[in-house]
Design a protein around this ligand. Structure first.
Ligand SMILES: [Zn+2]
Ligand SMILES: [Zn+2]
Length: 180
């Protein structure tokens, strides 16, 4: 018996619960050995299931924990038809828990605002002529080697570029972006 990737994904939660036929189990194991993508899916799913079964992970404010349980229960394999939806919900729940863990940690200071000093236009002379590309997100000094999409370039002032949502290129604008 040989299974393809989609069959592995469809059966992964059954497989991890030991609820597949022995021949299918062998076929899935064979497939995983040769398919890194499915091996990752199986390992990831196993982690989610183990986390879900591990109450220590749910050491979060009580009300939240109950809500999380309910949410997971709703999506748990009782209705295996939406396995992917369950995976997404479980992954989202893990992310939320992870965020709470981080937020509670006393060593956690200054959330990721490090990019603040690279806010659009900060420190760049507003009337300096800069180059933006249609599909890019950054503005550059003319001739910057990190300009991509060279065929769709426009020259505007730094102020205009900022107004249009472009951020300064950290390579060629570095000297303007040094934190005061
Ligand atoms: Zn595969
Ligand atoms: Zn640049």
């Amino acid at each position: 018996m040989v299974v393809n990737c989609e069959e592995v994904w469809r059966e992964v939660s059954n497989y991890l619960d030991g609820e597949v036929e022995p021949t299918l189990r062998v076929a899935i194991e064979d497939h995983i050995r040769g398919c890194t993508r499915c091996a990752a899916v199986v390992n990831g799913t196993r982690n989610v299931i183990e986390l879900y079964g591990d109450e220590r992970m749910l050491e979060v404010p009580l009300g939240y924990s109950q809500r999380l349980h309910r949410r997971l229960d709703q999506n748990m394999p009782s209705s295996r038809r939406s396995f992917l939806g369950w995976m997404v919900a479980a992954a989202a729940a893990c992310l939320v828990v992870g965020t709470l863990e981080v937020a509670r940690s006393s060593t956690f200071r200054e959330p990721e605002l490090r990019s603040e000093h690279a806010q659009p236009g900060s420190g760049v002379p507003p009337d300096m002529m800069v180059v933006v590309s249609e599909d890019g997100k950054l503005f550059h000094r003319a001739g910057c080697e990190f300009i991509h999409e060279k065929n769709k370039l426009r020259t505007v002032t730094a102020a205009e570029a900022s107004r249009e949502g472009y951020a300064p290129c950290v390579r060629c604008m570095r000297k303007y972006l040094v934190k005061a």
